[in-house]
Design a protein around this ligand. Sequence first.
Ligand code: BGC
Length: 914
Amino acid sequence: MKKAILLIFVFLSFSIIAQNGIELSHLQCEMLTNPLGIDVLQPRLSWQIVTDETEVEQTAYHVLVASSKEKLENNEADLWDSGKVEIDASINVPYKGKKLDSRDVAFWKVKVWTNKGETQWSQTALWSMGILSYAEWKSTRWIGYNQLFEGDTLGQFSKLSARYVRKPINLEKEVKEAKVYFMGMGLYELYINGEKIGNQVLAPVPTDYTKNIKYNVFDVTNQLIKGENVIGTILGNGRFFAMRQEYKPYKIKSFGFPKMALQLVVTFEDGSKETIKSDETWKFTPYGPIRENNEYDGEIYDARMELPNWNKTGFDDSNWLNMMWVQEPGGFPEGQMTPNMKVMDTVIPKSITETKNGTYILDMGQNMAGWLQIKVKGNRGDIIKMKFAESLKDDGSLYIANLRDAQVTDTYILKGEGEEIWEPTFVYHGFRFVELSGYAYKPKLEDFVGKVVYDDLKTVGTFECSNPTMNQIFKNAFWGIRGNYKGMPIDCPQRNERQPWLGDRTTGAYGESFIFDNQTLYAKWLDDIKFSQTLDGGIPDVAPAFWRYYGDGVTWQGAYIKVADMLYQQFGDVNVIKNHYPYMKKWIVYMESQYLKNDLMTQDKYGDWCVPPESLEIIRSKDPMRLTDGQVLSSAFYYHLLQLMKKFANIIDADVSDVAHYDELSERIKTAFNNKYLNTKTFSYANNTVTANVLPLAFGMVPKDLEEKVFQNIVHEIEAVKQGHISTGVVGTQFLMRSLTNFGRGDLAYKLASNTTYPSWGYMVENGATTIWELWNGNTADPEMNSQNHVMLLGDLMIWYYENIAGIKSSEVHPGFKQIIMKPDFNAGLSFVNATYECSYGCIKSHWTKKKNKLVWNISIPPNTSALVFLPTTDVSKIKINKRNLERVSKNIKTEGDNLVFELKSGTYSIAVK
Ligand code: BGC
């Protein structure tokens, strides 16, 4: 009997563990899945708890890290056994094991205890270390050939043929394991024995190659064989051999001819190792099929010049040239900690129309960034040209005036061997329409596929609501944001610019993070900014500073601090603050010493860029009533940044004197600012633009008792003067929507968001935009500066969609969505919202519907997080959660103004409010 009870007990307790349905997934190291070649010595580990159980909280974790899979399987954690650590952290858990050396591989798994039972060990994940010291690259030669060849041009339109590089290698033993460490500048394709390595395109991510260079690492065990193998690479120009040279050389930075450095580390079955390194025995030809490649101008591919099997054994390379040992680019080699670009999506064109002069116009139906794959038949030597544009002129031809001197043309020269399928390798275009010429027949829609190319970052947000205009704006934002991720956030993907302007992302990066998992991209960008800092502390307008602009503004440069704050707020990333704090401080001090006069910041470069101008044709307003004084913008913004610096100093426990300085300085600025700009009769700032009033209001500079009055000036300007329209530019729009809601006029924010008349985001939609324009008047303004795919005018619109409309916001006290603030504005004007956001802990859902006298709100809160939920009533009895009374579901219920506020732990809830 006793035995039977014991057995039942054992069985029961076993099933509690096995069937409690709590599992671990999404194991990540430095926010990447099984990354190879990282050079972070103490990488951070994260996992997600997956369960249908409610109110699940992690109480402890146990991480095992081993040097081999087998060891890990036997729980032999020779690198790190964390033991049971009683803490709720499940993201950003630092590795604290043995110091890892170059190329070491670490296999890891984790189990956790929760208040609802413990999990099994997770699946195994891994990371591998990169090459950790400069010395280890020294014997690997940088190879290239610093010379133009036939057809190459160096000048305003700088074009080279792609360099095809090959090296036969002989491996005498069976291969057990092999990895390649590769720097291929500007862009590369890598092959072993004819097989393309990896699915990345346009790799690696661009940097200022004189400061840092990203190497990529691949496991190539399966591509190598015992005996003769061939490594092949194609080198393209990218940003290394700049698109414009000997043309505005004071501005445009170029880095020289394409070059590369490679290490192939092979471990044989017998345990011995061999490292193959690039040197002058590698051979190359400039006479392959890619005749020209230039990001602005396009690619020319001559299929007649293809080199069959050039990247396999047995190819005769006797007439190829030897690479030369060339100077290294100068930048420090770093493991790439953000994904490369990939073909992330495809677009099937909507229509094809013949024009009067025998060309065809292909309409993709969507402004996109990437390229076109074509299928074509014809004679050897036939030339097909594809020219790309965002829109058409009235006569149906391409509108290319807004592309400036970008030639945006891909050319394919047929080899004449039946059906030929082609897509370019080293360029991308921003386009909706393609003009096709050179066809001897009418091509069919099926002959074309649009390839959407951007950084391999997961889409983490969805949004839908009862207003179709707002839904289309969301779609436009989605397409605009992804189109402008190019290993760095660029301004636009089509004209001769494509630069990573800081000011476009000051707040934009935050809104974008609700739609794309952009953590690693922006962490990399902060490094780009850091590397572009001058010795005395200045930061450029564009980073990497491919364009050498050091305008010393605040609103653009402030992106450095604002984006770091975003990474902390949205992802709980403290490292970015630790790593960048000294450089941010240096910039803050630099600006103070250079430009602070009478406690006001005097330097500004772009003003409230792109306000709706006085006439529909112009780009830059000259109307003093529309523009906001640069000193107002800079001083307010600098004040705001000082508050963030204070926050950072506290987070990282910086010197107390730092905090004291930020406090003292910001007080002085606030006083001077209010003295100079606050009109105490009209309660408006400066010339009473919305921007002049909204900045001090959003930044907490306005004396408390005057806030409401200042706010009323904003309301008056929008409602009465502009009849419900926006009047802000890139700076003001970053704080507008949230401020309207925070000060109780969510309805006015909704009016702006759903407007379809000029100027508004909806006006862009009404006029056929499928992305976001650079200018409010993009359909009528001068083409000189008029991109149809810019994201800067989004301001804080996407943040407002998520935080204020869907009610998905990370608390500032417990960042990274450890605690979620769920406070939608149910009364803004919408009848339903359905949004999801996948944060580091799992998926947050918010789906509310307002019916007659009833509000139904379905929410999901991921395991190991909790939410503070706000409901628009003070009457507890009106609320049912999962059909139960509120008091039975949450203990901590408070009244805050007209709201009830209570805490919910993880789970799925259906809330009904009568
Ligand atoms: C860019 C903008 C940028 C601005 C700064 C423009 O040419 O496209 O995105 O922020 O210049 O002046």
